[in-house]
Write a protein that binds this ligand. Structure first.
Ligand SMILES: C[S@@+](CC[C@H](N)C(=O)[O-])C[C@H]1O[C@@H](n2cnc3c(N)ncnc32)[C@H](O)[C@@H]1O
Length: 404
């Protein structure tokens, strides 16, 4: 209910350790469209007109039956019990009816629905992605967004990785992202909570990895939109930077980097600043990373509520802000240095469209030759690449420009 009012699921769930809550909240948000269609069919009225608590209980109950495979009688009892505890006993008839008629109803609606409905996405996004990427890729991206995302992490240093291995807990390397690890069970979650490893999607890790790959030894780096700091921290861990500036407009978010940089002795400075009005010295940074604020359409698996919140107009609004940030970022790049621009958005307006014309003195750096084998990245029209959301990584788009 708080997410319906604008809260972010990942933030709320970060404070709730129960895995069952996480599964239900994210699952309901992922499958919201067919779940609501089923509720509406049985209730004979629009979901929006239902009491918010009743609506939430119905969605959870249906999700348990149709997606988790919990027997209808069990899920139905749970839902009725819950609605009574919430003091809404009057709605127990409706809850009962929906739960009784539920088995098979969602499956039937899914079978009859169009492609966006079947993967529980809004129609406008389906039409957009089909026109940009083609039907096959659009469908695969939406299918990927319907699967729970695994926890991928990198370790603070080799010692932490070795210590984890010494426990004898199986650790699986990512299929293409070097040094990204996954593990079944609670141990990795625990190590991440202790700050000894950092949870980060492999696509995000790839951006940090590229920042290291394009830099020569002894380079300087600035991350202009750094918080909560995952990319900057992984780049600092792996790169031989003499100086790294980790900046963000948002002080509270920048504070989230406290732990990440607590063991870095020198050479890393944290700055609160508006990247569009930076006071950093122009023309003196070898790597300028701009991981820009964006619509996040590559991360609908981890942030399933975004698809219901986004409006087509948000894309151009974000693109305008990005344009300003890119202008400022160009000015910082040293001769021979690289501007690395990334977003977790799939949308051309937020990515390649910014580089149809380049600032004088810059040229496209072909980073696709650096990509780890098997990433499945596809080239963009302006010499960058895009990762389409897939089973084991989010969607991301990256462009690199080198100053002559
Ligand atoms: C995509 S997130 C960055 C994620 C980060 N690079 C990481 O890997 O952890 C975008 C960030 O841009 C910041 N931001 C938004 N507008 C900004 C501005 N004008 N100047 C600096 N940072 C800004 C937000 O506070 C947010 O932390």
């Amino acid at each position: 209910m708080r997410i319906e009012k604008g809260a972010f699921a990942s933030r709320l769930l970060g404070r709730i350790p129960a895995a069952g809550v996480r599964t239900r909240v994210l699952g309901v948000l992922r499958w919201l469209r067919p779940l609501d269609a089923a509720v509406e069919k049985v209730a004979g009225r629009k979901c929006a007109t239902l009491d918010p608590e009743v609506r939430a209980v119905l969605r959870i109950g249906l999700f348990e039956i149709e997606v988790l495979g919990i027997p209808a009688a069990v899920a139905g009892d749970g839902a009725v019990h819950l609605i009574r505890r919430l003091g809404k006993a009057r709605a127990s008839g409706l809850v009962n009816a929906v739960m009784r008629r539920a088995p098979g109803l969602v499956a039937q609606l899914l079978a009859d629905g169009g492609p966006a409905f079947r993967n529980s996405h809004p129609d406008w996004l389906w039409r957009r992605w089909v026109s940009v990427f083609g039907e096959d890729r659009a469908r695969k991206a939406m299918e990927a967004a319907q699967q729970p995302a695994a926890l991928w992490a990198w370790f603070r240093d080799q010692g932490e990785l070795n210590a984890f291995r010494d426990r004898g807990v199986p650790l699986t390397p990512h299929s293409w992202m070097p040094d990204a690890w996954c593990s079944k069970g609670r141990e990795l979650v625990q190590v991440v909570a202790e700050g000894r490893a950092y949870a980060q999607d492999p696509a995000s890790q790839l951006v940090a990895w590229l920042a290291v790959m394009v830099a020569r030894e002894g380079a300087t780096m600035v991350d202009l939109c750094a918080a909560p700091g995952g990319k900057a921290a992984r780049a600092v861990r792996d790169g031989a930077f003499v100086l790294a500036v980790v900046a963000d407009l948002n002080l509270m978010r920048l504070r989230l980097t406290d732990r990440l940089f607590s063991n870095v002795e020198s050479g890393v400075h944290r700055v609160v600043q508006n990247a569009a009005e930076t006071a950093l010295k122009p023309g003196s940074w070898d790597v300028v990373l701009l991981d820009a604020p964006c619509t996040g359409t590559g991360t609908l698996r981890r942030h399933p509520e975004l698809r219901w919140r986004l409006r087509p107009g948000d894309i151009s609004e974000r693109a305008r802000l990005q344009e300003e940030l890119i202008e400022a970022a160009y000015a910082l790049v040293a001769s021979g240095g690289v501007l690395l621009y990334s977003t977790c958005s799939m949308e051309p307006e937020e990515n390649e469209a910014h580089f149809r014309t380049l600032r004088a003195g810059f040229e496209v750096e072909d980073v696709s030759v650096l990509l780890p084998e098997g990433s499945g990245a596809v080239p963009t029209s302006q010499g960058g690449f895009r990762l389409i959301p897939q089973e084991n990584c989010d969607g991301f788009t990256v462009h690199a420009l080198r100053r002559r």
